[in-house]
Design a protein. Structure first.
Length: 437
């Protein structure tokens, strides 16, 4: 029981922070939808897939890979090497490249999506790529040391600042939807800057003896890259599929529906947002499992398999009741969060959420199983399962969404199949040859 306390405490801390942050973000949609409507939400969401893609390369895989390295080094005791400094330098440069890439490709992406007004939106959001990259290194370092509060607090800060500035800008520019969306995206950049300031401040408060010791021997950059490359690839594939969907779904729907952008907004900005609430809670389990499993592995501990099993059981115990709740109370959630939608849009969104509720379980499960593979140094298996799942997703998108009978519901069917497939494969890889690399 004593051994489980750090894991459970870390999981609760991250889960609480993630839930509060996601809840703030979900409630944000109530006044935001009132101010900019379904069309504005659709424009807002169309920028995110490429942004998330860049974050995956420059930031998303960083916390778990850095946490894995840091936990492994701590297990070595006096022979531990410094992970933070070389990682911060490396990923800050990668983040800057991502920012520049987003700036350069903004006209191409906006034209491909058929919305030239989005060019300014991509530019407003671009600095966030580098900022989040730096934040992620701080988070990973703290997580590797089983200190989860900095991550949880920084996530809440991000949301509070984004919501505050976002609502201010949406109100000021409510008469010009395109400009309002651009300023909403700029609010995200402001929020990441404030969150980075907090992480720097928190790092400076770490006791001097720890920081002094960590200046001595640094982990080589090549070792950091080797650890993070498969984590990044695994994390990259789902955002890549979302980027493809931001173009594919709107074009497929546009073949027979006049409200293609609004339908895409209901799916990506509505159903996905609601489903991500329980997934964000379970994310705490995934994060907390990394230092626990990684420490067991570094020490040659035979309890590694038990640590993985424990993390997955906790994930299921949280996600299954949440999925049931989403299905039963979908009308209440939609009515509360998206009051400004028309009656027909609310009906569509309720159907989307109910059909999508299964993914609250499978998406939560796959992120925990993937984190456990990373902690064991086996992230390449997560890459394989995710790649196969994404292939299934895109294929089913084309099959179902192109058919007016299914319309945007087809995207939900495709996502459900994708996440279930990845989850099952990750389970197989975790429990077959668990100790092989």
């Amino acid at each position: 029981m004593t051994k489980n306390l750090p894991f459970l405490k870390g999981a609760v801390t991250i889960a609480t922070g993630g839930f509060v942050a996601k809840l703030i973000g979900a409630l944000y949609r109530i006044p935001l939808t009132n101010l900019i409507g379904g069309y504005g939400i659709g424009l807002y969401q169309m920028v995110y897939p490429f942004y998330c893609l860049l974050l995956t390369v420059s930031a998303t895989g960083i916390p778990s890979s850095i946490a894995t390295l840091e936990a492994g080094e701590l297990a070595k005791g006096d022979t531990a090497r410094n992970v933070f400094r070389p990682a911060l330098k490396l990923f800050l440069w990668i983040g800057l490249v991502g920012t520049i890439l987003m700036l350069m490709l903004s006209p191409v992406l906006a034209n491909a999506q058929g919305e030239s007004s989005l060019v300014a939106g991509y530019i407003a959001l671009a600095p966030s790529v580098a900022l989040v990259s730096a934040i992620s290194v701080f988070r990973g370092w703290f997580q590797g040391r089983n200190e989860m509060r900095p991550t949880a607090i920084s996530e809440i800060i991000e949301q509070v600042v984004k919501v505050g500035f976002g609502l201010l800008f949406a109100y000021l520019y409510r008469g010009n939807i395109q400009k309002a969306v651009v300023m909403l995206l700029f609010a995200v950049t402001i929020s990441e800057f404030v969150a980075l300031l907090f992480m720097v401040f928190r790092y400076k408060r770490v006791p001097a003896p720890i920081l002094l010791k960590e200046k001595l021997v640094k982990v080589p950059t090549k070792e950091i890259l080797k650890t993070s490359v498969f984590v990044t690839l695994s994390s990259l594939l789902l955002p890549l599929s979302n980027l493809v969907e931001s173009v594919l779904l709107v074009r497929l729907l546009g073949g027979y529906a006049e409200n293609a952008v609004a339908l895409y907004g209901l799916f990506s900005g509505g159903a996905v947002t609601i489903i991500n609430l329980p997934v964000s809670v379970c994310y705490g389990v995934a994060v907390a499992s990394v230092p626990s499993v990684s420490k067991d592995r570094a020490e040659g501990n035979e309890n590694t398999r038990k640590s993985v099993f424990r993390a997955l059981i906790v994930t299921l115990l949280i996600s299954i009741p949440c999925a049931i709740g989403l299905y039963l109370f979908a009308p209440t959630a939609v009515g509360l969060i998206y009051r400004a939608l028309s009656a027909s849009e609310k009906t569509t969104l309720v159907r989307l959420v109910r059909a999508f509720s299964l993914s609250a379980v499978t998406l939560s499960g796959l992120q925990t199983a993937s984190a456990c593979l990373t902690a064991q140094g086996r992230a390449k298996y997560a890459v394989l399962s995710t790649a196969l799942g994404v292939g299934v997703k895109i294929l089913l998108d084309v099959v179902f969404v192109s058919n007016p009978k299914y319309s945007i519901m087809g995207a939900v069917f495709a996502s459900n199949a994708c996440y279930a497939f990845i989850f099952l494969l990750n389970l197989l890889f975790n429990f077959r040859g668990n100790n092989r690399k």
